[in-house]
Design a protein around this ligand. Structure first.
Ligand code: 57M
Length: 359
């Protein structure tokens, strides 16, 4: 809104010309979201405690988690609030992509909210049925895929890291890819969110990375120089990614070990769905597997664990999946697991950025 109302006044106040710059608005979107989380975090924790919206801890998990019983959850409500307010304030709302990512953020957040609520209402760690949740996620992702597929100027080519001339055109199959990436990313972040800040940190790193990608693909000169697809309007997603990065950092202030609040499925599904959608719009779909490598590693550890368990009639590859629990049961202190996963996430983000030149 600031862009729409204040930039036109630059003819009277020359300093308002600064509102035209995506870089400026991205920085202030990050600061706005971060401050909203810092200012409201303590209040939300107290509110959730008074409403007894606290985490049910599964008995079959690592025993070190039992002390976490009673930790307020559904803190993702704050993340979504901060991101929506900050994006509406600082992004150019005439760009349709902004509304598309906001739809996914709020839509997946609502699914997570209902899941969290059912767990609390049922006082167990099982929420709405997996099929219902998956169906709702697929519906939203399908809507995004169809909108993008039929949007004039948006192509159904897939960008392959390291190969600038390999751009397979999936046709309507691109819609299925959209569903796979958005739903996959949402559930990968959800699985990863099992230690204090374990999902929050890498999510912030991923949005910082896609903040840059969005700016690059949305700038015709930079896109041409890097020989990556030019996506008119995608630059505004830098503002959205900046807001999400700021909100993640702000939430981490309270979610850092020992966590005073968990984000809940409302936060993890929301952030993961938003990340998948940004990766698609910026035409850096496959690169998400590198940028979000921690989320991919966590998900595959579960797939391999469950598959091996069924194949061998009860044997396990890991002491417990997802893999963060494996290291916990090996004796690593929780903070050590968390910070080492953050380091891996930073490394993967740097490798992903390097692929823009290694082509
Ligand atoms: C999402 N949720 C955390 C919190 C957070 C198929 C199977 C792999 C599913 C998986 C599962 O249940 N995943 C659900 C992970 C939970 O966190 C809540 O959920 C939200 C995110 N969706 O915001 O509200 C617990 O994680 C801990 N936590 C923190 N700090 C945080 O900042 O300590 C979360 C956030 C919280 C808290 O203890 O209660 C979770 O782990 O459930 N299942 C598992 O991950 C289980 N693994 C398992 O069963 N492995 C089996 C098979 C199925 C692969 C095996 O290895 O043989 C583990 N999780 C639990 N108990 N809770 C182990 C058993």
């Amino acid at each position: 809104m600031i862009y729409e109302f204040l930039y036109p006044l630059h003819t009277m106040f020359s300093s308002f010309n600064v509102f035209r710059y995506i870089t400026f608005r991205t920085i202030f979107a990050s600061i706005t979201a971060l401050l909203i989380c810092l200012v409201l975090g303590r209040w939300l924790i107290r509110k959730l405690q008074s409403l007894q919206i606290d985490q049910q801890i599964r008995e079959d998990g690592p025993k070190t988690h039992l002390v976490k019983k009673g930790t307020p959850t559904m803190g993702g409500i704050l993340i979504i609030f901060a991101v929506v307010i900050s994006t509406l304030l600082w992004a150019n709302l005439a760009v349709g992509y902004v509304w598309l990512v906001l739809l996914v953020t709020v839509g997946f957040g609502l699914i997570g909210f209902l899941d969290d609520y059912r767990k609390l209402a049922g006082k167990s760690s099982h929420g709405i049925s997996g099929k219902t949740r998956l169906a709702a996620e697929i519906m939203i992702a399908l809507f995004v895929g169809v909108i993008l597929y039929f949007k004039p100027g948006f192509n159904s080519q897939v960008t392959i890291p390291f190969f600038k001339t390999v751009l397979p055109n999936l046709g309507w199959g691109y819609i299925l890819l959209c569903v796979f990436i958005i739903v996959g990313a949402a559930n990968a972040v959800n699985l990863t969110d099992g230690l204090d800040g374990l999902a929050t940190g890498p999510a912030g790193i991923c949005f910082a990375t896609y903040l840059l990608f969005a700016y690059f693909v949305g700038n015709v000169k930079v896109a041409h120089y890097l020989q990556i697809p030019y996506v008119p309007g995608a630059g505004e997603l830098s503002v959205f990614c900046g807001a999400l990065m700021g909100a993640a950092i702000g939430f981490l202030w309270f979610n850092a070990y020992p966590a005073e609040i968990f984000m809940g499925d409302v936060g993890s599904l929301s952030m993961g769905g938003a990340l998948g959608t940004v990766a698609i719009i910026t035409k850096q779909e496959i690169l998400l597997a590198i940028v979000g490598g921690v989320f991919v590693m966590e998900t595959f550890s579960v797939i391999f664990q469950v598959g091996y368990f069924k194949l061998t009639g009860g044997k396990r590859i890991f002491r417990m999946a997802p893999i963060h629990h494996h290291f916990e049961l090996k004796g690593w202190a929780e903070p050590k697991v968390i910070v080492r996963f953050w380091i891996i996430s930073i490394l993967l983000a740097l490798v992903a950025m390097s692929t823009l030149k290694l082509r």
